[in-house]
Design a protein around this ligand. Structure first.
Ligand code: HEM
Length: 324
């Protein structure tokens, strides 16, 4: 937006002199007709011709404004005053469209081949007959960029070519697909095939719902109250003895943990993993199973009242018996 002082000057300026512009256009058309009659060829309306015409006009037209001679080699800057007294002689800020003579002010040699054709028909409505020869050029679409015969297009033809086709990606992760060595299974065979196995610890059952009165706290209370080993004295247990105490046929179930033999029968209904899981180690050394499932459990503290004795070999037991 112009400063406010400009706006004030604008309001003081007289309206643009349309009469002057019209006279200039008519003069321009007359001169062009004359040139055509003199055999100067068709109205090619090149930029150069327009410049020549304009220079001629400027020489004969004293009413021309300073802004109307950009084609002249002079680089003098037109004066402009905001003073209202200069208004009649300074209509340089006309709101009209640029005059036709000013458009082709750039020499053709400087325009280069890339610029669109200059629009030099100023007001076709006012003089349609004289403008007719130039109409096709003004209505022509702008040339394609770059020009078909330009060196730029010649060089771009290679750079604008689509990139060479890349090898098809093997997979999204870039890992080559491993071809299957087996023939593909039919849908029926797939249905019959067993589901994929997921290896889990052998005794990875979940906790069972314990019966009322068989909570860990109940066990702690019971174990602290009395001895639950169900033996008369600390016993040396041989493998054969242990095998008999498997919890079947009314026998207690004994298990060995770290060389110590425990009667696990009283604990079975309290075992959070279930009676069946606990009894898998009945009549055996259950240390390995135990550590696979819950190595954090302190069995010594929990089963202290269930301690039967220690494991001994058969020969050891015989020797000790002889000593007794
Ligand atoms: C006398 C020896 C054993 C004692 C004192 C004992 C004690 C326990 C205790 C306290 C838990 C609860 C663990 C927790 O909540 O973190 C438990 C869970 C369990 N126990 Fe035992 N256990 C014994 C032997 C066994 C044996 C020999 C097996 C299997 C062969 C077994 C299998 C399980 C299973 C599967 C669970 C459930 C684990 C879970 O829910 O994550 N236990 N046991």
């Amino acid at each position: 937006h112009p400063p406010n002082t400009w706006r004030l000057s604008w309001s003081l300026l007289p309206p643009p002199d349309s009469k002057h512009i019209k006279a200039t256009l008519e003069d321009y058309d007359d001169k062009k007709k004359t040139r055509e009659k003199q055999g100067m060829g068709e109205d090619t309306t090149t930029v150069k011709d327009e410049s020549e015409v304009k220079v001629e006009e400027e020489g004969s037209d004293d009413q021309k404004t300073p802004q109307a001679k950009p084609a002249a080699p002079s680089m003098a800057v037109p004066s402009f005053s905001l003073d209202s007294s200069d208004a009649p002689t300074a209509p340089s800020f006309s709101l009209d469209a640029p005059k036709p003579e000013t458009a082709p002010s750039v020499p053709a040699a400087e325009q280069g081949p890339m610029l669109p054709p200059p629009r030099i028909s100023p007001k076709p409505q006012t003089a349609p007959s004289s403008r007719a020869p130039t109409a096709p050029s003004s209505l022509m679409p702008p040339p394609s960029f770059p020009a078909p015969n330009s060196a730029q297009r010649a060089s771009q033809s290679s750079s604008l070519m689509p990139p060479p086709s890349r090898p098809t990606p093997r997979s999204s992760l870039g890992v080559p697909a491993i071809p299957s060595r087996q023939p593909p299974l039919s849908s029926a065979a797939q249905a019959r095939a067993p589901p994929p196995r997921i290896d889990t610890p052998k005794s990875s059952g979940s906790k069972v719902k314990l019966a009322p009165g068989f909570s860990p706290l109940d066990w702690a209370s019971l174990a602290a109250s009395k001895n639950l080993a169900n033996v008369s004295s600390f016993t040396r247990v041989t493998p054969s003895m242990l095998a008999e105490k498997n919890g079947r046929k009314g026998n207690d179930a004994w298990s060995v943990y770290n060389g110590k033999v425990y009667n696990i029968t009283p604990y079975a209904p309290f075992h959070p993993g279930g009676k069946g899981e606990l009894l898998r180690a009945a009549g055996k050394d259950g240390t390995k199973l135990f550590l696979e499932v819950h190595p954090w459990v302190n069995w010594e503290g929990m089963l202290n009242s269930c301690l039967v004795g220690v494991m001994v070999s058969e020969s050891e037991d015989e020797g000790l018996d002889a000593m007794d």
